[in-house]
Design a protein around this ligand. Structure first.
Ligand SMILES: C[S@@+](CC[C@H](N)C(=O)[O-])C[C@H]1O[C@@H](n2cnc3c(N)ncnc32)[C@H](O)[C@@H]1O
Length: 223
């Protein structure tokens, strides 16, 4: 049975886990997810005054990293979970615009961002094609889209699943959201398939990089 990814179900689930999301991410990834996000973002070409959109921003990890670069960036994060956005807003005060929006129906004009990021977001979206099309629409010509999510389903990836499952059993009363993590990871296509999905919407692959022996995959596309 495939995982229920209706927007209502997903936003409700992230609302429910928002308060513990950052702590739990650290446990499940053995503290590595932020380091990987930082390394991935280094592959972007940024400039002062660039307008950046972070889709499925969650609690705002990417925004934190972007604010620490030497560039003066105009950053917007969107997410449809109000509780995740509340935490993001608490961490960043007025330095970032956080907006409640659905990745498949972005409230922005065509070609309005220089750079787009999406980390561990696409896997949760029922209609991936619609989300990729929307990102393409709001990105300007030659702009970069950084996509980061789980990669190939190799042996190290199975070890990750084991660590995550063990962590879940030890620390949580409500296992459901983290069972969802493992299932959504299993169902998410491997990077070669994801690259085809982006190519079908006219994105050009500029760079591909693996982290943690391929457990996590980064791709940078241009429009
Ligand atoms: C696994 S979290 C990733 C958060 C953050 N990007 C990170 O790397 O930690 C996925 C986020 O995507 C959001 N999300 C899922 N589907 C969405 C959609 N269709 N539109 C907007 N946000 C969505 C969820 O609410 C959640 O905050």
């Amino acid at each position: 049975m495939t995982t229920d990814k209706t927007p209502e179900k997903i936003s409700e689930m992230f609302d429910d886990i928002a308060l513990n999301y950052d702590r739990n991410n650290n446990i499940i990834s053995l503290g590595l997810h932020n380091r990987i996000k930082k390394l991935a973002l280094k592959n972007l070409t940024l400039k002062d005054n660039f307008k950046i959109l972070d889709i499925c921003c969650g609690t705002g990890d990417i925004e934190k990293i972007l604010l620490k670069t030497k560039y003066a960036l105009d950053i917007t994060g969107i997410d449809f979970s109000e509780k995740m956005l509340l935490i993001a807003n608490d961490c960043h005060s007025d330095k970032v615009h956080f907006i409640k929006a659905d990745a498949t129906d972005l409230p922005f004009e065509d070609n309005s961002f220089d750079t787009i990021t999406m980390t561990f977001g696409l896997r949760n979206i029922q209609n991936r094609t619609k989300a990729i099309k929307e990102a393409y629409r709001v990105l300007r010509k030659d702009g970069e889209f950084l996509h980061l999510d789980f990669g190939v389903k190799n042996f190290p990836s199975k070890i990750f699943d084991f660590i995550a499952k063990t962590g879940i059993k030890l620390f949580y009363k409500d296992k459901l959201p983290y069972e969802y993590l493992i299932n959504s990871k299993k169902e998410f296509p491997e990077p070669d398939e994801i690259i085809k999905e982006f190519a079908a919407e006219n994105f050009k692959l500029k760079k591909k990089k693996d982290f943690l022996l391929g457990i996590i995959s980064m791709q940078i596309y241009t429009k």
